[in-house]
Design a protein around this ligand. Sequence first.
Ligand code: MD3
Ligand code: FE
Length: 232
Amino acid sequence: MKRAAPATPVLFSTDPQPRLRAEIAPGAVHVPGWLTPEQQRELVEACRRWAAGPVPMRHTRLPNGGVMSVQTVCVGWHWRPYAYSRTAEDVNGARVAEFPGWMTELGRRALAAAYEDPAAGEGYAPDTALINFYDGAAKMGMHQDKDERSDAPVVSLSIGDTCVFRLGTTVGRTRPWTDIQLASGDLFVLGGPSRFAYHGVPRVHPGTADPASGLAGGRLNITMRVTGLTGV
Ligand code: MD3
Ligand code: FE
Protein backbone atom coordinates (compact mmCIF):
# COMPACT_ATOMS: atom_id res chain seq x y z
CA MET A 1 0.00 0.00 0.00
CA LYS A 2 1.19 3.46 -0.90
CA ARG A 3 1.49 5.96 1.85
CA ALA A 4 0.56 9.58 1.36
CA ALA A 5 3.61 11.82 1.08
CA PRO A 6 4.19 13.64 4.34
CA ALA A 7 3.01 17.22 4.26
CA THR A 8 5.88 19.70 4.06
CA PRO A 9 6.31 21.15 7.52
CA VAL A 10 5.35 24.81 7.31
CA LEU A 11 8.53 25.74 9.19
CA PHE A 12 10.59 24.68 6.19
CA SER A 13 8.49 26.10 3.39
CA THR A 14 10.14 28.76 1.23
CA ASP A 15 7.80 31.70 1.37
CA PRO A 16 8.63 34.08 -1.49
CA GLN A 17 7.36 37.01 0.56
CA PRO A 18 7.42 36.36 4.29
CA ARG A 19 4.63 38.25 6.04
CA LEU A 20 7.07 39.97 8.39
CA ARG A 21 7.75 43.66 9.03
CA ALA A 22 10.18 44.84 6.36
CA GLU A 23 11.92 48.12 5.50
CA ILE A 24 11.47 48.20 1.71
CA ALA A 25 13.56 51.37 1.33
CA PRO A 26 14.88 53.84 3.92
CA GLY A 27 11.84 55.12 5.83
CA ALA A 28 9.40 52.88 3.89
CA VAL A 29 8.14 50.17 6.21
CA HIS A 30 5.65 47.38 5.48
CA VAL A 31 3.85 45.75 8.43
CA PRO A 32 1.73 42.87 7.09
CA GLY A 33 -1.48 42.01 8.92
CA TRP A 34 -1.33 44.97 11.28
CA LEU A 35 -5.11 45.48 11.43
CA THR A 36 -7.27 42.75 12.98
CA PRO A 37 -10.29 41.60 10.93
CA GLU A 38 -12.54 43.48 13.38
CA GLN A 39 -10.59 46.72 12.90
CA GLN A 40 -10.79 46.20 9.14
CA ARG A 41 -14.59 45.81 9.32
CA GLU A 42 -14.89 48.98 11.43
CA LEU A 43 -12.79 50.92 8.92
CA VAL A 44 -14.89 49.56 6.04
CA GLU A 45 -18.02 50.79 7.83
CA ALA A 46 -16.51 54.25 8.38
CA CYS A 47 -15.47 54.40 4.70
CA ARG A 48 -18.98 53.37 3.57
CA ARG A 49 -20.42 56.29 5.55
CA TRP A 50 -17.92 58.76 4.08
CA ALA A 51 -18.48 57.34 0.58
CA ALA A 52 -22.17 58.32 0.88
CA GLY A 53 -21.48 61.99 1.68
CA PRO A 54 -21.37 64.89 2.33
CA VAL A 55 -18.99 64.59 -0.63
CA PRO A 56 -19.71 61.29 -2.39
CA MET A 57 -16.97 58.90 -3.44
CA ARG A 58 -16.32 59.34 -7.17
CA HIS A 59 -13.66 59.12 -9.90
CA THR A 60 -11.39 62.18 -9.57
CA ARG A 61 -11.20 64.25 -12.77
CA LEU A 62 -7.69 64.85 -14.06
CA PRO A 63 -6.46 68.17 -15.49
CA ASN A 64 -5.98 66.46 -18.89
CA GLY A 65 -9.70 65.67 -19.12
CA GLY A 66 -9.45 62.03 -18.08
CA VAL A 67 -10.69 60.45 -14.89
CA MET A 68 -8.87 58.21 -12.42
CA SER A 69 -9.92 54.53 -12.51
CA VAL A 70 -9.76 54.56 -8.71
CA GLN A 71 -12.70 56.10 -6.79
CA THR A 72 -11.84 58.49 -3.96
CA VAL A 73 -13.44 60.23 -0.99
CA CYS A 74 -11.53 62.47 1.41
CA VAL A 75 -11.86 63.49 5.05
CA GLY A 76 -10.37 66.57 6.72
CA TRP A 77 -9.30 68.22 3.46
CA HIS A 78 -10.60 67.51 -0.03
CA TRP A 79 -7.89 66.59 -2.51
CA ARG A 80 -7.89 67.11 -6.24
CA PRO A 81 -4.78 67.19 -8.44
CA TYR A 82 -2.47 69.96 -7.20
CA ALA A 83 -4.78 71.30 -4.49
CA TYR A 84 -6.39 70.67 -1.12
CA SER A 85 -9.49 72.60 -0.06
CA ARG A 86 -12.21 72.40 2.58
CA THR A 87 -15.00 72.25 0.00
CA ALA A 88 -15.23 69.93 -3.01
CA GLU A 89 -15.75 72.44 -5.81
CA ASP A 90 -15.05 69.74 -8.42
CA VAL A 91 -17.79 67.44 -7.00
CA ASN A 92 -20.79 69.05 -5.27
CA GLY A 93 -19.39 72.05 -3.43
CA ALA A 94 -20.01 70.45 -0.03
CA ARG A 95 -17.61 70.73 2.87
CA VAL A 96 -15.63 67.53 3.56
CA ALA A 97 -16.28 65.40 6.65
CA GLU A 98 -14.24 66.17 9.77
CA PHE A 99 -10.99 64.26 10.32
CA PRO A 100 -11.89 62.06 13.30
CA GLY A 101 -9.82 62.00 16.49
CA TRP A 102 -9.72 58.21 16.49
CA MET A 103 -7.91 58.30 13.16
CA THR A 104 -5.18 60.49 14.64
CA GLU A 105 -4.70 57.86 17.35
CA LEU A 106 -4.62 55.10 14.73
CA GLY A 107 -1.98 57.02 12.77
CA ARG A 108 0.19 57.47 15.87
CA ARG A 109 -0.01 53.77 16.70
CA ALA A 110 0.83 52.97 13.08
CA LEU A 111 4.07 55.00 13.23
CA ALA A 112 5.04 53.40 16.55
CA ALA A 113 4.49 49.92 15.04
CA ALA A 114 6.27 50.63 11.77
CA TYR A 115 9.32 52.23 13.32
CA GLU A 116 9.28 49.88 16.36
CA ASP A 117 9.54 52.93 18.59
CA PRO A 118 6.73 53.79 21.03
CA ALA A 119 7.65 57.48 20.67
CA ALA A 120 7.67 57.56 16.85
CA GLY A 121 4.00 58.60 16.68
CA GLU A 122 4.13 61.32 19.32
CA GLY A 123 3.06 64.63 17.87
CA TYR A 124 1.94 63.09 14.57
CA ALA A 125 -1.06 65.17 13.53
CA PRO A 126 -2.51 63.96 10.22
CA ASP A 127 -5.28 66.32 9.05
CA THR A 128 -6.46 64.55 5.89
CA ALA A 129 -7.16 61.01 4.75
CA LEU A 130 -7.70 59.95 1.15
CA ILE A 131 -9.80 56.83 0.80
CA ASN A 132 -9.31 55.03 -2.50
CA PHE A 133 -11.49 52.19 -3.77
CA TYR A 134 -10.13 49.88 -6.47
CA ASP A 135 -12.41 47.56 -8.42
CA GLY A 136 -10.67 44.64 -10.13
CA ALA A 137 -9.60 46.78 -13.08
CA ALA A 138 -8.51 49.96 -11.28
CA LYS A 139 -4.85 50.95 -11.06
CA MET A 140 -2.78 53.95 -10.13
CA GLY A 141 0.08 55.12 -12.29
CA MET A 142 3.49 56.05 -10.92
CA HIS A 143 3.31 59.43 -9.17
CA GLN A 144 4.69 61.45 -6.26
CA ASP A 145 2.51 62.79 -3.44
CA LYS A 146 3.71 66.36 -3.24
CA ASP A 147 0.58 68.47 -2.87
CA GLU A 148 1.25 68.47 0.89
CA ARG A 149 3.42 71.23 2.36
CA SER A 150 4.91 68.90 4.94
CA ASP A 151 7.44 66.08 4.89
CA ALA A 152 5.63 64.20 7.69
CA PRO A 153 5.11 60.48 6.99
CA VAL A 154 2.13 59.07 5.10
CA VAL A 155 0.33 56.15 6.77
CA SER A 156 -1.34 53.67 4.38
CA LEU A 157 -3.85 50.97 5.38
CA SER A 158 -5.08 48.35 2.92
CA ILE A 159 -8.32 46.36 3.15
CA GLY A 160 -9.87 43.79 0.81
CA ASP A 161 -8.24 42.45 -2.35
CA THR A 162 -4.47 42.11 -2.50
CA CYS A 163 -2.65 44.44 -4.90
CA VAL A 164 0.80 44.88 -6.35
CA PHE A 165 2.32 48.07 -4.91
CA ARG A 166 5.32 49.52 -6.73
CA LEU A 167 7.83 51.72 -4.92
CA GLY A 168 10.31 53.57 -7.09
CA THR A 169 12.86 56.28 -6.38
CA THR A 170 12.62 60.03 -5.88
CA VAL A 171 14.37 60.56 -9.22
CA GLY A 172 11.71 59.52 -11.72
CA ARG A 173 8.80 57.22 -12.47
CA THR A 174 10.96 54.56 -14.15
CA ARG A 175 13.10 51.67 -12.85
CA PRO A 176 14.56 50.75 -10.46
CA TRP A 177 11.53 49.88 -8.39
CA THR A 178 10.44 47.27 -5.87
CA ASP A 179 7.12 45.45 -6.19
CA ILE A 180 5.45 44.11 -3.09
CA GLN A 181 2.00 42.70 -2.37
CA LEU A 182 -0.27 44.70 -0.10
CA ALA A 183 -2.93 42.48 1.45
CA SER A 184 -5.91 43.10 3.69
CA GLY A 185 -4.85 44.49 7.06
CA ASP A 186 -1.41 45.61 5.90
CA LEU A 187 0.16 48.84 7.11
CA PHE A 188 2.66 50.75 5.02
CA VAL A 189 4.43 53.86 6.29
CA LEU A 190 6.24 56.23 3.94
CA GLY A 191 8.54 58.54 5.76
CA GLY A 192 12.04 59.96 5.72
CA PRO A 193 13.85 59.66 2.38
CA SER A 194 10.91 57.68 0.88
CA ARG A 195 8.27 60.32 1.53
CA PHE A 196 8.62 61.79 -1.96
CA ALA A 197 9.38 58.56 -3.84
CA TYR A 198 7.40 57.71 -6.96
CA HIS A 199 4.91 54.90 -6.37
CA GLY A 200 1.85 53.28 -7.91
CA VAL A 201 -0.51 50.33 -7.95
CA PRO A 202 -0.11 48.49 -11.29
CA ARG A 203 -2.60 45.73 -10.48
CA VAL A 204 -5.23 44.42 -8.09
CA HIS A 205 -5.84 40.68 -7.74
CA PRO A 206 -9.66 40.33 -7.83
CA GLY A 207 -11.26 37.81 -5.52
CA THR A 208 -8.37 37.66 -3.04
CA ALA A 209 -10.11 39.58 -0.23
CA ASP A 210 -10.66 37.79 3.06
CA PRO A 211 -14.45 38.00 3.60
CA ALA A 212 -13.69 38.69 7.28
CA SER A 213 -12.36 42.10 6.17
CA GLY A 214 -15.93 43.25 5.54
CA LEU A 215 -15.32 43.85 1.83
CA ALA A 216 -16.88 41.33 -0.55
CA GLY A 217 -14.78 42.57 -3.44
CA GLY A 218 -12.35 45.28 -4.42
CA ARG A 219 -9.66 47.04 -2.43
CA LEU A 220 -9.83 49.99 -0.06
CA ASN A 221 -6.75 52.03 0.72
CA ILE A 222 -6.70 54.74 3.37
CA THR A 223 -3.77 57.18 3.39
CA MET A 224 -3.37 59.65 6.24
CA ARG A 225 -1.31 62.74 5.57
CA VAL A 226 -0.28 66.06 7.07
CA THR A 227 -1.25 68.76 4.57
CA GLY A 228 0.75 71.53 6.25
CA LEU A 229 -2.21 73.82 5.50
CA THR A 230 -3.97 76.07 7.96
CA GLY A 231 -7.41 77.59 7.93
CA VAL A 232 -10.93 76.61 8.90
C1 MD3 B 1 5.02 56.14 -1.30
N1 MD3 B 1 -2.30 55.34 -2.93
O1 MD3 B 1 -3.41 57.77 -2.59
S1 MD3 B 1 -0.72 53.71 -0.71
C2 MD3 B 1 -2.26 57.72 -3.10
O2 MD3 B 1 -2.67 51.92 -2.57
C3 MD3 B 1 -1.63 56.40 -3.33
O3 MD3 B 1 -4.10 53.47 -3.03
C4 MD3 B 1 -1.82 54.01 -3.19
O4 MD3 B 1 -0.57 56.34 -3.85
C5 MD3 B 1 -2.95 53.06 -2.90
O5 MD3 B 1 -1.61 58.72 -3.38
C6 MD3 B 1 -0.58 53.68 -2.45
C7 MD3 B 1 0.98 53.71 -0.22
C8 MD3 B 1 1.67 55.02 -0.40
C9 MD3 B 1 1.09 56.21 -0.06
C10 MD3 B 1 1.81 57.39 -0.11
C11 MD3 B 1 3.14 57.38 -0.52
C12 MD3 B 1 2.96 55.00 -0.84
C13 MD3 B 1 3.71 56.17 -0.90
C14 MD3 B 1 3.93 58.54 -0.53
C15 MD3 B 1 5.25 58.49 -0.91
C16 MD3 B 1 5.80 57.28 -1.31
FE1 FE C 1 0.33 58.30 -3.78
